[in-house]
Write a protein that binds this ligand. Structure first.
Ligand code: SF4
Length: 764
């Protein structure tokens, strides 16, 4: 019998004594039949191809699968993603808090749970109006589910309050691209990255957050590309760069405006391209002349010489590419910061050229598709506008209701919290989101959620948010259903079913359809499969900016994913955007004057540091999934705070010492990681953890005025030794967070923040 193949057999003893097995002729093994289910990873926006190994109807492993963008590679998260499927923490039955708030959650039947929810919703809506019930979705779901969330809110419940956790992710980039180009999507296939001759990475820890995308950066480097990184930390990506610009958190725009000024001074602007393809250049040109390198240095703390050199490296390269992510976008001026980058890439004439332009690296698995199909507060499927009558009528015709029945725009996710807190929203249905970890200022979030008459959470694990729910409904993980996602390139890929949901868990679209039925709206949700929803989504998107109507599941399989817009089944799809024209009616891009504004909260005598937050390679978003997977959790079981040695020495803080970090909103205790890879005025905490280990106990609730994205990347904070006096008012009760295992940390072995020779020996 093979030691490999009977290992997973039902009833097999998994504590195999390898020494005693001895040689076994392979012909005699009773190998259980295995099949491979081709699909994609459930985690980040790269959406790597993978094959799930299935035996005895159980998902038992993973193999790489070649797709053009991942070329058979998977990162540490992708390799263990399948371990969620049979995880002992899976929710198997509906749960209800029968005794009301404060009572325990108890097992219930689906009949009882669905009746409990819908009777309460009907009563609340009768007394307080339709908008008293809200829906909060997420972007790690398939396009089919994201589409259904928007339709369920507007048609099933008749509420205008529907939004999603993409609001917290890259929504500032989405709005900036839509403003500049009339369309928001990853601008090129990932292999194009390898064609760039200079890559400017702004606020993107590519190596940890999008690990497999890093391969394309390496390929560009192999082809001679230069790499510039603008980041407060010398991240794993920055360590390999020709030039690191250690920017003060929240001040990126001052540097990028100064770089554009330097492009003008040095004659790197493509005036002919701008004249033919863009509007607004003259006013932008005039506005950035005030951003001298010296002024940018004063604002952003980046040496003026480095800014000049960065502009020259970027300006000389042809083509040049800007990759950006949440470090830039999580800001109270996130839209303007992204527009500043787009101005720079337009000035170089790069959009529409292979390997040129700019691209946001979408964080969530379906961060791109999740923002296209109508679960946003102000949007209908196909990127249609909810306030444009003709677009409402197009969608209403597909849904079979009068356009007047579609509610108007509702509150953004970050605004919903305040409406829950004030009592205007009485109930919320949350899917695919863990607000108690992911939203800023968690004290306010907790108060708001506890203030609801009825909180309903659909999840497959008991998240920190589900712990507060009045009803918890168990749902499927990604490979227990089928559908599509759209990755950070704009490539639509197919997710396939490898197993059935365990216990009594149901697929999310089944749950929504059953809730709609009980709300008396079942005729609008007649689905018997995810494919039926997909076919309706295609129709609903037809004619919209994000037109999926020509994409079929069969074509996705045959063509290794398809890029929208794809308006007919004989259309090839659109891998590369803006080759001839932009999506505004005149075909031209729009450039906007954007001025530097400081973060909403600046350091002070009480809070002298800037705190920034982010991700690590071992975890995904709120950690509700990855904190349960042994290998990942072993590597990063608790958060830490990174502090520069100079600051640590001044405060008497030793490496790995437990410390307290305090902001105007709260405090948390955690280990200090003394590393020379962070600015001396900056602290960094990874945000994947819950309860007293949540970095968002500290972060600022300030949001971008246009898009309401929170400013996760810059708030004021101080750091204290634990024997220091208690935290100031606003601090939380200081319960110790005691990890079960010793954290394994990984200090970077790099030099101080100081000038050093570049790759070609030139000092800068
Ligand atoms: S890079 Fe992203 S999509 Fe690919 S395996 Fe890792 S987490 Fe999954």
């Amino acid at each position: 019998m093979s030691i490999n193949n009977d290992f997973f057999r039902k009833g097999a003893d998994s504590t195999y004594d390898l020494q005693s097995v001895g040689p076994v002729p392979w012909e005699t093994n009773d190998r259980i039949a295995e099949r491979l289910v081709p699909t994609h990873c459930c985690f980040c926006g790269v959406q790597c191809g993978m094959n799930l190994r299935v035996a005895d109807d159980r998902v038992i492993g993973v193999e790489p699968r070649y797709f053009p963008h991942n070329q058979g590679n998977l990162c540490p998260k992708g390799i263990v993603a399948y371990q969620q499927v049979g995880h002992p923490d899976r929710l198997l039955h509906p749960l209800i808090r029968r005794g009301g708030k404060g009572a325990p959650l108890e097992q219930a039947t689906w009949e009882e749970a669905l009746a409990f929810i819908t009777q309460r919703w009907q009563a609340l809506q009768a007394e307080h109006g339709k908008d008293s019930v809200a829906v909060y979705g997420g972007s790690s779901m398939t396009n089919e589910k994201c589409y259904l969330v928007g339709k369920f809110a507007r048609v099933g419940l008749g509420t205008r309050h529907v939004d999603y956790n993409g609001r917290l992710c890259m929504s500032s980039a989405a709005v900036a691209y839509a403003k500049a180009f009339g369309l928001d999507r990853g601008t090129m296939p990932m292999p194009d990255i390898a064609l760039a001759k200079c890559i400017l990475v702004v606020g993107a820890n590519i190596a940890e957050c999008f690990p497999i995308a890093t391969n394309w950066v390496w390929k560009a480097r192999d082809n001679g590309a230069r790499l510039i990184v603008l980041d407060p930390r010398e991240t794993a990506t920055a360590r390999t760069a020709d030039l690191w610009l250690p920017v003060r958190p929240g001040t990126d725009l001052a540097v990028t405006n100064a770089m554009l000024r330097q492009l003008i001074v040095d004659g790197f602007v493509d005036e002919a391209y701008l004249a033919a393809r863009a509007n607004g250049w003259e006013t932008v040109r005039e506005s950035v002349m005030a951003y001298t390198p010296e002024r940018a240095q004063e604002i952003a703390g980046v040496p003026a010489q480095r800014i000049v050199l960065a502009a020259r490296m970027y300006g000389e390269a042809d083509p040049s590419l800007i990759l950006h992510a949440r470090g830039l976008e999580h800001s109270s001026h996130g839209v303007n910061s992204v527009l500043s980058l787009l101005n720079m890439a337009l000035a170089r004439g790069m959009f529409g050229r292979p390997g040129g332009g700019a691209m946001t690296l979408t964080g969530q698995g379906n961060g791109q598709g999740g923002r296209e199909h109508g679960q946003k507060a102000n949007q209908l499927p196909g990127y249609r506008h909810i306030d444009v009558e003709a677009e409402r009528e197009e969608v209403a015709a597909i849904w079979g209701i009068p356009a007047a029945e579609i509610p108007q725009a509702g509150a953004a996710a970050t605004e919903m919290i305040h409406l829950m807190d004030s009592g205007a929203i009485k109930s919320c249905l949350i899917l695919c989101s863990n607000l108690m970890v992911s939203l800023p200022d968690i004290h306010t979030v907790e108060r708001a959620l506890r203030n609801l008459d009825l909180l309903v959470v659909i999840d497959f694990f008991m998240s920190e948010t589900a712990e507060l729910a009045d009803v918890v409904l168990p749902c499927s993980v990604w490979c227990e259903d089928e559908g599509t996602t759209t990755n950070l390139e704009g490539r639509v890929v197919k997710i396939n079913r490898a197993a059935d949901p365990p216990g009594e868990a149901r697929r999310d679209w089944e749950i929504l359809s059953q809730l709609a039925e009980r709300m008396g709206r079942g005729q609008y949700f007649p689905y018997d499969s995810a494919r039926a929803i997909w076919d309706e989504l295609r129709l609903a998107s037809k004619g919209g900016v994000a037109d999926y109507s020509g994409i079929t599941w069969e074509r996705i399989d045959q063509e290794q994913g398809m890029f929208w817009p794809c308006p007919s089944e004989d259309h090839p799809g659109t891998p590369r955007l803006f080759t001839e024209r932009f999506a505004h009616p005149d075909g031209k891009a729009r450039m906007f004057v954007v001025e530097y504004q400081p973060p909403a909260e600046e350091p002070s005598a009480d809070f002298p540091f800037r705190l920034t937050t982010g991700r690590v390679v071992y975890h995904y978003l709120s950690g509700n999934q990855t904190r349960r997977l042994g290998f990942l959790n072993d590597k990063a079981p608790e958060p830490w705070v990174e502090i520069h040695p100079q600051a640590a020495e001044r405060l008497g803080i030793a490496n790995h010492e437990r410390v307290r970090v305090v902001s105007p909103r709260g405090a948390m205790e955690l280990k200090a990681l003394v590393v020379p890879t962070i600015r001396p005025d900056t602290l960094f905490i990874p945000y994947h953890y819950g309860h007293r280990a949540a970095a968002n106990l500290l972060t600022s609730p300030a949001v971008d005025p246009t898009v309401k994205i929170p400013e996760y990347k810059a708030c004021a904070a101080r750091i204290e030794k634990l024997d220091a006096p208690a935290a100031a008012e606003g601090g939380v009760a200081r319960e110790n967070f005691t990890p079960s295992t010793t954290p394994k940390m990984f200090p970077y072995a790099v030099g101080e923040v100081q000038d050093r020779p570049s790759k070609d020996g030139k000092a800068f």
